[in-house]
Ligand binder design. Structure first.
Ligand SMILES: [Zn+2]
Length: 683
């Protein structure tokens, strides 16, 4: 999670949410086909609303569960995988003989997490070491040491700023340290700054929530009210100095190579040497200050705020980041604001889901081994690799035909495409967690030690060669990503299973679905952000001005189209934020379509389920995105999610594919058909 704050991953086909049906661990993964006629709404006209036609039945059959903010094809598979992992962990959590060291570790971690009785008994007690380190600060010169301790015990984003490592954006073979802006409790800077009624209400509720948490920590009503106002004042100042999400999509804005001395000069109020000593960060040979203006404001803020108020802010960061690990009153209050109010969720998710997620988050490659052994046959890896090769081949042919691209840029684009690496299923080398101490009776301490392990692992890479085999998603994850610095596409085993990749199904829906996803990730290397990196993963201008304007014409066409789509009430898509994903969505399916056509050119394809092969391609594509979402959650995602809502990720793509109109014999004036000259096209 912290990685993505400064590593510019164009990650993810989707998000995670889902449903739980009957609440029991599962020994088997349920099968659902990648093209399911029962998920369609045959009463809808595909030429007017293709998403409704493909997913109407699914939406009727899958009401949003009370403990979820949204549900989707991806989300349901995610919960199925979680339930399956629950089965594994339940078995391994028993204190019996015969468990390997790794199995004992994940089993004991899970057992400690599930032991709510003990967790509830301890109240806020487990935070004493961290609270004490805040209390004992004598002056702001202790800030470096204190934040260093808090970061290594909790997570690196709750106290003003975060630290980590990354590939140098302009020298991709070097790992460097990074300091990035963080420290906000609301989902985005705009929540502090926007003046509309809804955001004002969000702020009022947030202030109430912060006060409630301080009361749980033992403050009186009036102390808690004052503390809450302090937190709001400090976070608002930080928000005002933070880049917007759209600005953060420009990798040039977030790359600022500095020496340690320059960081010390920028924020002398922090004792950086003490902080780095505490966290074992060696900022050599230089580091990236992701947002210098933010750090400047941080310096001013520390100068003008009192020590007591800074302590209040740190206490809030601590309890907010750890609420999930504390007793019921903390967990309930956290749910009331972040889940019930901000996302419209009615009911807390069952404990097992929290605990499976935490094992996956902290010991994910240990749990992933168990998952892969049981669920990911080697032939799927081979099939997906073949599909990826075909899609790259199609992209290469299309690059050669692009009218707007000059010869020199074309050559470099081909070179970049040829060097994209595929990572499929799981890492070749599993991470070794054996140095983490895991106890069955101290969940909080387990999480702290695993957090510390991960921070040191990340920081330990600084100055060492880049590990190109590293994964930033765990094997059971239902998602995929492209990493511009490594120039690779990554598909965890979890995203290569039915109903997404379905070995039992014909090619058409598989190319529409998984083929489209492979194309999507590949095109991220060439979207409005990814195109700024070359084949070696370096941020470098390799485009001529004419090439840029040729590209921009297509990109602007897509931005204009998506800006006209309404999300909810008066909120429209912020297509400056979603442009990269929208470009990847369109390009991905176009590439998959041509790869499928080539693959099946000599075959005599027959209709099935009342659909022609071409129609099966498109319905298979659309059904990856079947979803429903609560209004509160739609609002939240409109402000924070770089993906467009599912409906537009389908209809926004097919409207730009004349092959679609032909497949469904749509009239020229149908909603899902554009005049030829209006079709958006890049790759
Ligand atoms: Zn994407």
């Amino acid at each position: 999670m912290n990685q993505s704050l400064w590593l510019i991953f164009s990650c993810s086909m989707l998000f995670c949410s889902g449903i739980f049906a009957e609440d029991q661990a599962s020994k088997n993964l349920p099968y659902s086909p990648s093209l399911n006629p029962a998920s369609m709404d045959l009463g809808a006209d595909p030429c007017e609303n293709f998403y409704r036609y493909s997913c109407g039945g699914w939406i009727e059959n899958n009401p949003i569960p009370a403990d979820q903010s949204r549900t989707s094809t991806y989300g349901k598979l995610y919960v199925d995988n979680q339930r399956y992992l629950w089965g594994i962990l339940q078995e391994l959590s028993g204190e019996k003989e015969g468990r390997s060291d790794t199995q004992k570790m994940i089993g004991d971690y899970f057992a400690a997490c599930m032991n709510l009785e003990l967790i509830d008994e301890k109240g806020a007690g487990p935070m004493q070491v961290e609270l004490q380190s805040i209390h004992s600060m004598q002056s702001s010169s202790d800030l470096g040491k204190t934040i260093g301790l808090l970061i290594s015990h909790t997570d690196s984003s709750s106290f003003f700023f975060g630290i980590g490592s990354q590939q140098d954006a302009k020298q991709s073979e070097i790992m460097i340290g990074a300091v990035h802006a963080a420290g906000l409790g609301l989902p985005d800077r705009d929540y502090y700054l926007a003046q509309d009624d809804k955001k004002k209400e969000n702020r009022e509720k947030y202030v109430e929530h912060v006060a409630a948490m301080f009361r749980l920590l033992g403050q009186t009503e009036s102390e808690a009210t004052k503390s809450s106002a302090t937190v709001m004042r400090i976070e608002t100042a930080l928000a005002g100095a933070s880049l917007t999400r759209v600005e953060r999509r420009d990798p040039h804005k977030t790359y600022n190579r500095n020496s340690m001395q320059e960081l010390e000069a920028l924020v002398p109020a922090i004792d950086w040497a003490a902080l780095f000593e505490k966290t074992s960060l060696a900022p050599e040979p230089w580091l990236n200050i992701v947002q210098p203006a933010f750090m400047q404001e941080l310096q001013a803020l520390i100068e003008r705020e009192s020590l007591d108020d800074i302590k209040t802010y740190l206490k809030w960061g601590l309890v907010n980041s750890r609420a999930d690990l504390l007793s019921a009153p903390f967990r309930d209050q956290d749910f009331t604001f972040y889940s019930a109010y901000l996302r419209g969720i009615d009911k807390q998710k069952p404990r097992w889901r929290t605990c499976v997620s935490m094992v996956d988050k902290q010991l994910g490659e240990a749990l992933g081994q168990e998952f892969v052994e049981r669920n990911f046959p080697p032939e799927v890896r081979e099939q997906v690799l073949t599909m990826s090769d075909q899609i790259k081949q199609v992209m290469s042919e299309r690059i050669d035909q692009l009218a707007w691209m000059s010869t020199g840029t074309r050559e470099q684009a081909q070179k970049k495409l040829a060097t994209v690496r595929d990572k499929i299923g799981y890492p070749d080398q599993w991470r070794d967690y054996s140095s983490i101490r895991i106890d069955r009776d101290s969940y909080f301490a387990n999480v702290s030690r695993a957090t510390d392990f991960d921070l040191r692992r990340q920081l330990g890479r600084i100055g060492k060669p880049v590990d190109l085999d590293e994964w930033f998603m765990t094997p059971a994850t239902v998602n995929a990503y492209y990493n511009p610095s490594m120039n690779d596409i990554n598909f965890p085993a979890g995203v290569l299973m039915p109903p997404l990749y379905d070995p039992k199904m014909d090619d058409a829906p598989n190319y529409g679905n998984t083929g489209g996803t492979i194309g999507h990730e590949l095109v991220h290397g060439f979207d409005d952000e990814g195109r700024k990196y070359d084949g070696d993963g370096n941020l470098r201008d390799w485009w001529t001005e004419d090439d840029v304007s040729g590209f921009e014409e297509g990109a602007q066409c897509i931005r204009d189209q998506y800006a006209g789509y309404r999300v909810i009430d008066d909120i429209f898509i912020n297509s400056e934020l979603t442009a990269g994903e929208d470009i990847a969505d369109l390009g991905g399916v176009v590439l998959a379509w041509h790869a499928w056509k080539k693959e099946t050119a000599s075959q005599d394809l027959q209709p099935a389920d009342g659909l022609t092969p071409e129609q099966r391609f498109f319905v298979g594509f659309a059904q990856w995105a079947c979803a429903a979402e609560r209004p509160e959650s739609l609002r939240l995602h409109a402000a924070t999610d770089p993906h467009s809502p599912p409906k537009y990720r389908i209809n926004g793509v097919t409207v730009n594919m004349p092959e679609f109109g032909k497949a469904f014999a749509c009239n020229a004036d149908a909603a899902m058909v554009k005049a030829e000259e209006d079709v958006c096209k890049i790759w």
